[in-house]
Design a protein around this ligand. Sequence first.
Ligand code: KIV
Ligand code: NA
Length: 279
Amino acid sequence: RKKVTIGTLRSLHRRGEPITMITAHDFPSAHVADAAGMDMVLVGDSLAMVALGMEDTSEVMVDEMLLHCRSVARATKAAFTVGDLPMGSYEIAPAQALETAIRFIKEGRMQGVKLEGGKEMAPTIERITSAGIPVLGHVGLHPQRQNALGGFRVQGKTSASAMKVLEDALAVQEAGCFAVVLEAVPAEVAALVTEKLSIPTIGIGAGNGCSGQVLVQVDMTGNFPPGRFLPKFVKKYGDVWAESLKAIETYRDEVKSREYPAPEHTYPIAPQELEAFVK
Ligand code: KIV
Ligand code: NA
């Protein structure tokens, strides 16, 4: 498979072919995403929860993100890689954002970065893109602002709120984003925003009218224990956690019963050598 570049993404968009994106947070999760033919792999700050067990994304640090980015980069041969700038690493000033973005390229070995925000982030996006770093925008629901939002709420449910989503998307496009994530907005609003933009929209909880889709890998593969809350937009395509549980339980049982390891799992020794050793 050929390496996906900004040019590849542009031509997918021009042809009207949906762009596929999924998160990855380490070598194996990136390896499988790349093997499955994903166009883009995102090292999302959702790794705070799904890989590190944190309460929310506000806890994850740049250095922690970079460790995960490097491991993802090693496994991603074809997909275009994007690293999520964590909360606190880009909001203070465009210069701070550029410094962080450069670390994601040089240390994290990513090809682009993502940051949350609309109009207010335009100067920051301009600063990063002017240094030759591709920026993926993220408008609609901004999970990093959950404390101000009072939780994770669908955005764009009133005409005024929908207008804000559109204005934010247009602003990050104007600032130089190569694409924009639309999170948790009504499908009709996302479809209209997609129509008005010249860059691709990547939807998550934004319906079928976007230029592409993104999901959190552990959610869509079902790699989590029963009882975990899943947002409405997640489709569980697999049951990886149950598969792993079954495998590990069987291993446990076979160790306890001495069924494992069987002869085929052991190394041979020549009979005369064994005889000499036993003596
Ligand atoms: O952190 C993340 O995984 C994300 C995507 C779901 C868009 O930001
Ligand atoms: Na994120």
